[in-house]
Design a protein around this ligand. Structure first.
Ligand code: AMP
Ligand code: MG
Length: 422
């Protein structure tokens, strides 16, 4: 065989154009498929309120008690029955004693009397309105003010916030500090929550060296593992560091076998393409469990999704920029669903662009971006190896699947990183 056979292949007609959209799964369709196929995989436990923040509620919760449990006063002032109040100047004798928060008045406030009441005090029988201090003149025995009063003025009704038995928090809720206030106020002290989703993170590639290790000039430090593990922590999952394996199918196989004991789902990075050294996709394919998702997004192809003996594996691209975009766009909602929190889309908004950009149809595109003075600016280079741009960015600008031409001042869709994780 002569080497003349090894002449380079002719350029394809379309070598500079993007792959035709028809052969690629649009982002939204890929997300719909994930949403339809995944479900919660985590067990439940019960936690006291002070340990429950950030956890996913496993069952709807009903208030054990109304808030407020009794009618109370919203201000410092004087409680009266409406029948005691004139349409104009009103003077009433004061009952002895008072109602304060935590120290109720045991008697009744009948017609022709007023009672001193302090903010938060449960109101005794008979009080139908409270007159604000600033609207009163008082001496040792009487209070004077001007009527009429509105029924319920300056009072909080029993249960006006929450009724006993009312559902206050729904299953799937990621518990916030305010949720804990609501739970406590309505009589709850423990909450059923899901166990955190255990997400293994594995870096692959012969060139990858762990942070701080001895790196030969041809080797590079692992950027993905610290990024993905910390990202998972921010998303409320339990990251499991599966370390690094070289481009070696057997090592990868045993690593995935062991991961099944420690993780509910695994994110690998690198080796997910169809090249000679792309062992993640090759191994999953051999196991008959690969779905190579040619998702029409940039940066980020290809995304290998598979199952290793029942354990979902997201084979992310090795490129840190693509790995982050794929994690935020695909893995984040999928992990949320598996963690019991349901499917959620990040909160985005429109902002005027500071940049120009012409985009061909076929792939949805995500640009590293940030807001300055209310405008979206993008990183100077789109090179997907530029990790400094990831660090520079505070969010992503999403350009639609179709063609578009953006000029400065045009509105673009911006999603801050804080919408993807807390
Ligand atoms: P691959 O997906 O394995 O073809 O890798 C694509 C590119 O990402 C290559 O330049 C890799 O060296 C690089 N890469 C892969 N894994 C990592 C990692 N963990 N940290 C930094 N770069 C990586
Ligand atoms: Mg590789």
């Amino acid at each position: 065989m002569t080497h003349s056979l090894l002449s380079p292949p002719p350029l394809k007609d379309d070598c500079f154009s993007l792959p035709p959209g028809v052969n690629w799964t649009p982002v939204d369709q890929a997300l719909d498929m994930l949403r339809a196929r995944l479900h919660p995989v985590v067990a439940q436990t019960t936690l006291p309120l002070d340990q429950a923040v950030g956890r996913v509620l496993a069952q709807d919760q009903a208030a054990k008690r109304a808030n407020p449990p009794l009618p109370n006063t919203a201000v410092d002032g004087y409680g009266v029955a409406l029948a005691s109040v004139q349409d104009g100047p009103t003077v009433l004798p004061l009952l002895p004693g008072r109602a304060a928060a935590g120290a109720p008045f045991e008697g009744e406030v009948g017609q022709g009397h007023a009672l001193r009441v302090l903010t938060g005090a449960a109101l005794p029988k008979g009080v139908e309105a409270v007159v604000l201090d600033e609207d009163c003149r008082v001496d040792d025995t009487h209070v004077a003010f001007r009527g009429p009063l509105r029924s319920g003025a300056n009072m909080r009704k029993a249960g006006e916030d929450v009724d006993a038995g009312q559902i206050i928090l729904n299953r799937g809720r990621v518990l916030t500090p305010a949720d804990l206030a609501l739970a406590s106020a309505t009589g709850l002290s423990d909450l059923p929550v899901f166990q955190p989703l255990r997400v293994g993170v594995l870096s692959t590639g012969d060139e990858i060296i762990p942070p701080g290790g001895q790196a030969a000039p041809h080797q590079i430090y692992d950027a993905n593992r610290p990024m993905l593990l910390s990202l998972l922590a921010k998303m409320g999952h339990a990251g499991v560091d599966l370390g690094h394996v070289g481009d070696d199918r057997e090592a990868l196989r045993s690593c995935l076998d062991q991961a099944r004991e420690r993780a509910d789902v695994v994110l690998t990075s690198g080796g997910a393409s169809a090249g000679d050294e792309d062992h993640v996709s090759a191994l999953l394919r051999d196991a008959g469990a690969l779905n190579e998702w040619r998702v029409a997004l940039k940066p980020g192809r290809p995304l290998a999704l598979g199952q290793w003996q029942g354990m979902p594996v997201f084979g992310l691209p090795g490129n840190p920029v693509a790995a982050l975009v794929c994690t935020l766009v695909f893995a984040r909602p999928a992990l949320g669903l598996m963690a019991g929190a349901g499917w959620s889309a990040p909160q985005s908004f429109q902002a005027p662009a500071t940049f120009s950009k012409k985009k061909k149809p076929g792939r949805r595109e995500y640009l590293r971006a940030r807001l300055r003075d209310g405008c979206a600016e993008v990183f100077k280079s789109e090179g997907s190896g530029r990790i400094s741009g990831l660090s520079w960015a505070e969010g992503l600008v999403e350009l639609p699947d179709g063609a578009c031409e953006i000029a400065p001042g045009d509105m673009v869709k911006y999603t801050p990183f804080s919408s993807y994780y807390a």
